[in-house]
Design a binder for this molecule. Structure first.
Ligand SMILES: [Zn+2]
Length: 407
């Protein structure tokens, strides 16, 4: 009897639904009910008006690269390939970089997963091979069904953790089922080569409804028309772009070009080699660089990436869907405003599949009801509890996540 996991009824909540809201939600591994009375066996948790948001979707990361810190050797580049060439000697010669590369891949990927989890990101699109280390115990969901190539400029060069090549773009696209997303960098730069890439991609037959273009710094208005005409989409990584090029994609213009555009542009943090600390910081970077509204940004980390990545269960709260949830204090009236103001230490609770993974000590009872034991951790100076296995993995990991303490 005691081994049963009890459902949780979050009441006095502001549950954020795709079309509107609700004041309570019942969850097991899945969302059991919305705006329904708690059942007899439920643990009832009064949220005091906090928001319940869907777990966020990060549409672009390279999960094994999040422990190096930001890397560049020049103030600004004209093309990502120039940056990579510039870094190549350091990748071989710099002792700190070599040490970071020498860590086991599982540990490197774990830090990438942890970075996302702590920021309320429950689903991540990893741009590289799907490594076997994304096993059952990986901290977040990693999109599993996808095709990828790095970019037209790095087809034969090593880009993966085991030196896997960037890949023949045309061949890889042709080998990707139409029902799976195909991820590829395009226009990652501000030079002529970057500006010509979208047309080249289209000429190769690689611009289709399932094409997920990443970066698009060099895309102009005519390029965007082509992207929309083909039904493709763009992952915007403003912090990464600003770091490398002091420029980013013309997302405001693209959104204004047609009402349909908003279903084709989402946000990605990229890895910390160039990007922001996490997706929450990336949201703020996006808002700082051009006038994108909080609600537009909210869509870019929930429903739009779910659509583009062909994940019908992600990015929204629905009865029967997985209980991938984030509890966030309602510091603002609008949930999108509250999310935009939040850092990872502000999140009260993160659940994946109804498993509480990290949260405020005030939610200890939720862990207990789901038969999870906890350990205290420190997160950017705030007291938190983490599910024990997760806390142990953090403590044992040879790579330390800045801002996270274990005891
Ligand atoms: Zn990438």
């Amino acid at each position: 009897m005691l081994s049963w996991r009890r459902p949780i009824s979050f009441v006095n909540a502001r549950v954020v639904l795709p079309d509107g809201g609700a004041s309570s939600i019942r969850v097991g591994a899945r969302v059991l009910d919305i705006d329904a009375k708690p059942a007899t066996n439920d643990l009832v948790v009064d949220l005091g008006g906090s928001f319940v948001l869907p777990g966020l979707v990060n549409a672009h990361d390279h999960l094994e690269l999040n422990h190096y810190g930001r890397l560049k050797r020049r103030d600004r580049y004209d093309n990502a390939s120039e940056w990579i060439e510039d870094l190549r000697p350091a990748l071989q010669g710099d002792p700190a970089i070599r040490e970071n590369t020498a860590h086991p891949l599982g540990a490197r990927l774990f830090i990438g997963g942890l970075k996302n989890l702590l920021a309320g990101t429950t689903t991540v699109a990893h741009h590289n091979p799907f490594y076997r280390e994304f096993g059952r115990r990986f901290p977040v969901r990693v999109v599993k069904r996808y095709g990828w190539a790095h970019s037209l400029s790095l087809e034969r060069q090593a880009v993966g953790a085991h030196g896997e090549p960037g890949g023949d773009v045309r061949g890889r696209y042709a080998g990707t089922p139409a029902s799976a997303p195909f991820m590829v960098h395009v226009g990652e730069g501000i030079d002529r080569a970057a500006a010509e890439e979208l047309l080249a991609l289209e000429a190769l037959g690689c611009l289709g409804r399932n094409t997920v273009l990443v970066h698009g710094v060099a895309l102009g208005p005519a390029d965007w028309e082509r992207v929309m005409a083909r039904g493709a989409g763009l992952v915007w990584c403003p912090a990464s772009n600003a770091f490398l090029f002091r420029r980013t994609a013309q997302v405001r213009q693209f959104l204004d070009a047609s009402e349909a555009s908003s279903a084709h542009i989402c946000l990605g943090s990229d890895s910390r080699v160039t990007g922001a600390r996490d997706l929450l910081d990336e949201l703020r970077a996006a808002a700082a660089v051009m006038p994108i509204t909080p609600r537009e940004l909210f869509r870019m980390v929930t429903t739009t990436p779910a659509r583009m990545l062909r994940l019908p269960d992600a990015g929204r709260i629905a009865i029967g869907g997985p209980a991938d949830l984030v509890v966030l204090p309602s510091t603002k009236t609008d949930p999108a405003d509250a999310l935009l103001a939040a850092s990872r230490r502000d999140l009260s609770l993160v659940l994946i599949d109804g498993h509480p993974l990290v949260g405020s000590p005030a939610f200890e009872a939720v862990f207990g009801a789901r038969r999870a034991t906890t350990r205290p951790i420190g997160l950017d100076g705030a007291e938190r509890v983490a599910e024990s296995t997760l806390a142990r993995t953090i403590a044992k990991c040879p790579i330390k996540e800045p801002g996270v303490e274990t005891f």
